[in-house]
Design a protein around this ligand. Sequence first.
Ligand SMILES: [Zn+2]
Length: 270
Amino acid sequence: MKRKATNWLLRILFSVLFIAALLLGIILKPILSYANKTHYKNVAVFHNEPLNTQFTKVLDQALSDLKKSELYRQNLHLDICLNDGSNYPKLIKVLRGPAFAWGFYNKVVLQGSMNCEGNYVELNGYKWNLAQLLAHEMTHCLQFDCYGLLNSKPFADIPNWKWEGYAEYVARKKGDQNDLVKNLDRLHQSDSNIWEITLEDSTISSREYYNYWTLVQYSLDIKHWTYQQLLDNASSEDKIREEMASWYADKKAENEDKRICAQKTMRATN
Ligand SMILES: [Zn+2]
């Protein structure tokens, strides 16, 4: 009886291991799930439908922002898996949950529906800037490449604001997004009861990620830390937020003084 039970346990164990190995093989080799693979620079794009001619233009924008990251390595090879009929994005959705896209290992997997001409991915009626989404997920690939699987999320205990905030920081470089005061203005002017924040191009960021982004932007642009220094620093999220709020109040007061001074000068010269 005991031997029979052991045999059954071994069969179950082998079945689980076999299914896990099969899944891993499918995840690591997207070509098994797609009809087409197109190489562009250091990126392999997996797709079922003909690749939109505008896609490489959008990808160029994303790569240009990615190259500014201190984690960037020129010969890093990346895979981008489009959501255009393959079961691959569905499998990732089952394993990791719904999202606009996922970035892990060297893979970026789009989940929403892509519009290259409009430069957005749409999911449940919300739009996320496509070039910035690609840059965000590719930044996660840089983090995996630089720190290794076990020192990356979800395995490593890295605060979410440092992990996701950095991906947003690298990706959000459009227009005045480099200006932290303007980014904080937008945050304070938004309705805190809704989960998303709408950007100038009518696409959104989640309030959570937007908050993370500003904290990382404050740490890197204002405090002049490197990302590695930010990871090594033990200050809590609340402590950095408090510091940033005080810096923001000073900046607003400084800008107001400048405005009043300019007004006085204008009146004097008129
Ligand atoms: Zn992310």
